[in-house]
Design a protein around this ligand. Structure first.
Ligand SMILES: NC(=O)c1ccc[n+]([C@@H]2O[C@H](COP(=O)([O-])OP(=O)(O)OC[C@H]3O[C@@H](n4cnc5c(N)ncnc54)[C@H](O)[C@@H]3O)[C@@H](O)[C@H]2O)c1
Length: 389
C-alpha cells in the first residue's frame, strides 16, 4: 500500500526531502499529500496541496507519515501534533534540544503507539554497517576509543541564512545552531552508534567562535563512556583545506577509518580508502517499519545519548572568541571567510591522540567545561554535576 506522506518545512533542507519523496513516489512507495511552510514554497520536483498551518494540514490531508524539516526549536511541538494526529514521523536531526524534550516526545510515542525516525541519514550507510561488522569480527582488535574530526568552511552568509542561524536560543527556547549540534552532528552520532549503547558518563567540552555568533564554529569534546573508553570530537567551520569528516576507531590491532559523508572506509591492511556505496533511505525504512515491523535505523530512543550531550552544550559557558593573529580573514561580507591558522593539524592530532585541544600545544585552547552524566532510577540520563576546570 502506498503511504500518504506530508512534508512540514518545504524550503531549505526540505528541498532535499522533496527530491527523496519524488524518487519514492516514482517507485510507487509514497504519495505526496501536502507541503507545509510558513513561507511560500519554492519550486521543486513535486506538486501537492500547500498549507501554512501544520495543524490544518493534519486535519485535512490525514497523512500516514509526516516528514518534519523545520528549525530544531520547533521540532517537539510539531512532532507531538503529528503523532497525536495518528501519523508516524521522520524528524530531522537534531530531533530535540534537551533531555526534557526527549522524555516528553518519548512519552507521546508511548501514548500514541506511533513511530519516530530521526534524520541521521549516515546511520543508514553500508560503510558504517561494514565497519561495525568488521569491529564485531575483531578486525581492529579490542576497541579502545573512537574519534572524529572534520574541517569545513562557512562564510558570513551562512550565518544569515535563517533567523536561528548562529543562535543559542530563539524566543527563549534553545536553538543551538553550533558546529557540534547542527552541521557536524552526524560525525559524533556515528561514533556513539559504533560504541553501541556504551552510555556517556562525562563530557569535557571546549567551544570557540571566530564571529559575532552565540554558538561554536569550532569545538572539541571528549565524551567518556561507562566502559571508560573515550569518544573525541573535533570540528570546525573555520577550516583550512576541507576534511569531510573522518571517524577513527582505535583498536588494539589497528585502526578503522570511515569518511562518513562520502561512505569511504579504510580498515587495517587496506592500502587506502575504498568506496562502500549505498544508504538505506530513512523514509523508506520507516514505511517498511509500518508495513512489516522492519527495525527502524534511527529511532528516537537511540538519540538519547546524543541529546544528553546537547544538554551539556545548553548549560556550558559561551564559546571563547578567537581573533587577532590566530585567524585569517578573507573577502568581504557576505562572502567573507575566517580561517583558524593551523586548525587542521590540531584537529587531526586530537583524533590521533584521543586528546582535547587544551592537552596539545595549541596556543588558543582553553580549559574545558566538564559535566558528569548519571542515570536516574528510571534509567534516564541526566547531568549530575558541572564544573569549569
Ligand atoms: N540531515 C541533514 O543532513 C540535514 C541537513 C540540513 C539541515 N538539517 C536539519 O533540517 C532542519 C531544517 O533545517 P534548514 O536548514 O532547512 O532550516 P531553514 O530555516 O532554512 O528552513 C526550515 C523551513 O521550515 C520553515 N518553517 C519554520 N517554522 C515552520 C513552521 N512552524 N511550520 C512550517 N514551516 C516552518 C521555514 O520557513 C523554512 O522554509 C533542521 O533540523 C536542520 O538541522 C538536516
Amino acid at each position: 500500500m502506498t503511504a500518504r506522506v506530508a512534508l512540514i518545512g518545504a524550503n531549505g533542507h526540505g528541498r532535499w526531502h522533496r527530491r527523496q519523496i519524488a524518487g519514492l513516489r516514482a517507485a510507487g512507495i509514497v504519495e505526496l499529500v501536502a507541503l507545509v511552510d510558513v513561507r511560500p514554497v519554492e519550486p521543486g520536483p513535486d506538486e501537492a496541496p500547500y498549507f501554512i498551518d501544520h495543524r490544518e494540514m493534519l486535519r485535512e490531508a490525514e497523512p500516514d507519515v509526516v516528514v518534519i524539516c523545520t528549525p530544531p526549536h520547533t521540532h517537539r511541538p510539531i512532532a507531538t501534533d503529528a503523532l497525536r494526529a495518528g501519523a508516524d514521523v521522520l524528524l530531522e536531526k537534531p530531533p530535540v534540544l534537551s533531555l526534557a524534550e526527549h522524555r516528553a516526545l518519548s512519552e507521546v510515542l508511548r501514548e500514541t503507539g506511533r513511530a519516530c525516525q530521526v534524520g541521521f541519514q549516515a546511520l543508514g550507510s553500508a560503510a558504517l554497517r561494514e565497519l561495525r561488522r568488521s569491529i564485531a569480527y575483531g578486525v581492529v582488535g579490542t576497541v579502545t576509543g573512537v574519534a572524529t574530526f572534520a574541517s569545513w568552511q562557512r562564510d558570513d552568509a551562512y550565518y544569515q541564512r535563517s533567523p536561528w542561524a548562529g543562535r543559542r536560543t530563539v524566543n527563549g527556547r534553545p536553538a543551538l545552531d553550533g558546529a557540534l549540534a547542527n552541521p557536524l552532528a552526524h560525525a559524533w552520532m556515528q561514533c556513539l552508534a559504533i560504541m553501541d549503547g556504551d552510555k556517556p558518563v562525562g563530557v569535557e567540552l571546549e567551544r570557540y567562535r571566530c564571529r559575532d555568533i552565540e554558538v561554536d564554529d569550532t569545538a572539541c569534546m571528549r565524551i567518556t563512556l561507562a566502559s571508560g573508553r573515550p569518544v573525541v570530537v573535533a570540528v570546525t567551520l573555520c577550516g583550512e583545506e576541507k576534511v569531510e569528516g573522518e571517524v577513527v576507531v582505535h583498536g588494539t590491532a589497528g585502526r578503522g577509518v570511515l569518511e562518513y559523508p562520502t561512505d569511504r572506509l579504510r580498515l587495517p591492511g587496506d592500502d587506502g580508502f575504498r568506496d562502500v556505496p549505498g544508504r538505506t533511505n530513512l523514509l523508506e525504512n520507516l514505511i517498511r517499519h509500518r508495513a512489516d515491523g522492519t527495525a527502524l535505523i534511527a529511532p528516537l530512543a537511540c538519540t538519547e545519548q546524543f541529546t544528553a550531550v546537547l544538554d551539556v552544550l545548553n548549560s556550558a559557558p559561551e564559546p571563547v572568541l578567537l581573533g587577532g593573529d590566530t585567524v585569517v580573514e578573507e573577502g568581504d561580507p557576505p562572502a567573507r571567510t575566517v580561517t583558524i591558522k593551523g586548525v587542521n593539524t590540531a584537529l587531526r592530532q586530537t583524533a590521533e591522540k584521543l586528546a582535547l585541544l587544551s592537552e596539545l600545544p595549541v596556543p588558543w585552547a582553553v580549559d574545558p567545561h566538564y559535566a558528569r552524566l548519571t542515570a536516574t532510577p528510571e534509567n534516564a540520563l541526566q547531568i549530575s554535576e558541572e564544573t569549569v576546570r
